[in-house]
Write a protein that binds this ligand. Structure first.
Ligand SMILES: [Mg+2]
Length: 392
């Protein structure tokens, strides 16, 4: 069974939580300009017929007491990370769909919970404990049905669609509520006199494909309750990088190396902090004509060592002829693997042993910097670079 977790009126609820005087009032989060639209509406506002994606001026007409608040994306993202963190404690197979929505595949965890409903309750409770916000959970045999289920009893809902109930649930489901059916498809379906998934079921897949293209087949499958798409866990971090616009344009490789050293320190520290190793090291160079090139190397074995990242980045820079002055330099690590991925040890290659020693040094430096602040311990070469207090 697949779980779909959806926060209730997420942005609006966050605003009501952070500003208690807004509780119980008609609140929307959205753009205040003439062309602004509603990004989220509190349940109080929804009673007046205010919905997401509605132009703000229209929402005002429907609900004269409406309070409009500008979005604070960084706050929502901060809470979103906490929520996704909570979900990751239930299973590593979490697919975030947006800041406030995710699918979970709890297959294999059945024995941890008395029932699927108990697992759903546990998820809701854990989220509330972490961020003090309500969510709705839907449980179903596939992603499509789980999403339909989470929407069924909002807010603060918990709905399960069991295999034998599937037909009942979707028969009368309006097509506009089906994920993937936008305005255009909806219009087309109305022309075909199709209002519910039950109506879709009566049609042949060929006719649906003629009118809707490839999506016709998908819609036909959904009308049968079939959805084969898997829950794809998404590693939020695909690459870690650092870049800087130079205080003045230069071709001086010595000072460019200094910057690479600083960036390697940062990138390595991020890798170690998030328990990743990187297989690919990339440098990015932009010249004074804004022409950008990147150069990359794939390592024999993945690393999280700043020292090795620095060494590889320097080789890439040395091999590059600088015909014009550079205005920006960047360093990135990608091809990320979990840090505990086994490494093939090279019998004859001494740097392996060296890497082990560096690892100890870097971990120690990390913990000193965690305690006493970033840059407390750093390579001597960088001493006068950061003293200037610039953003380098
Ligand atoms: Mg939501």
């Amino acid at each position: 069974m697949i779980f779909h977790v959806d926060m209730d009126a997420f942005f609006a609820s966050v605003e009501q939580m952070d500003n208690p005087e807004l509780k119980g009032l008609c609140v929307v989060v959205g753009g205040s300009s003439k062309r602004g639209v509603v990004a989220a509406a509190s349940y109080e506002a929804r009673k007046f017929g205010v919905y997401s994606a509605m132009p703000v001026f229209m929402a005002r007409q429907k609900c004269p007491s409406l309070i409009i608040i500008s979005p604070r994306m960084s706050r929502y993202k901060e809470l979103s990370l906490k929520i996704m963190g909570v979900l990751n404690n239930f299973t590593p197979v979490v697919e975030p769909v947006s800041v406030d929505e995710a699918y979970l595949d709890l297959s294999g965890c059945e024995r941890l919970y008395d029932s699927q409903v108990a697992a759903g309750m546990a998820i809701k409770k854990a989220i509330f404990k972490a961020v003090k916000l309500n969510s709705s959970v839907g449980i179903g045999p596939n992603k499509f049905l789980a999403k339909i289920a989470s929407d069924f009893d909002k807010p603060d809902g918990l709905t399960i669609i069991r295999p034998e109930e599937v037909a009942n649930f979707i028969e009368s489901l309006p097509v506009r509520k089906v994920p993937g059916v936008g305005q255009k498809t909806c219009k087309e379906l109305t022309l075909m006199n199709v209002r519910t998934l039950g109506d879709v079921k009566q049609l042949s897949p060929d006719i649906l494909m003629q009118r809707l293209g490839k999506y016709g087949r998908r819609l036909f499958e959904l009308s049968q309750g079939i959805d084969k798409s898997p829950v794809i866990p998404f590693s939020q971090t695909k690459s870690i990088s650092s870049e800087v616009t130079l205080p003045e344009n230069t071709t001086d490789k010595i000072s460019l190396q200094k910057l690479l050293l600083k960036q390697a320190q940062e990138v390595g520290r991020q890798l170690r902090k998030h328990n990743f190793k990187a297989k690919i090291i990339t440098i990015k160079l932009k010249n004074d004509k804004f022409k950008q090139i990147t150069r990359r190397i794939t390592l024999k074995s993945a690393t999280q060592s700043s020292e090795i990242i620095y060494h590889e980045a320097c080789c890439l820079l040395q091999n590059q002829q600088l015909t014009r002055k550079l205005r920006l330099i960047g360093l990135g690590a990608s091809g990320l693997l979990p840090a505990d991925t086994p490494v093939q040890i090279d019998l004859f290659d001494e740097p392996q042993a060296k890497q082990g020693k560096w690892q100890k040094v870097e971990k120690t430096v990390d913990s000193i910097c965690d305690r006493f602040g970033k840059g407390t311990v750093k390579p001597g070469t960088l001493w006068n670079l950061t003293k200037k207090g610039d953003k380098l």
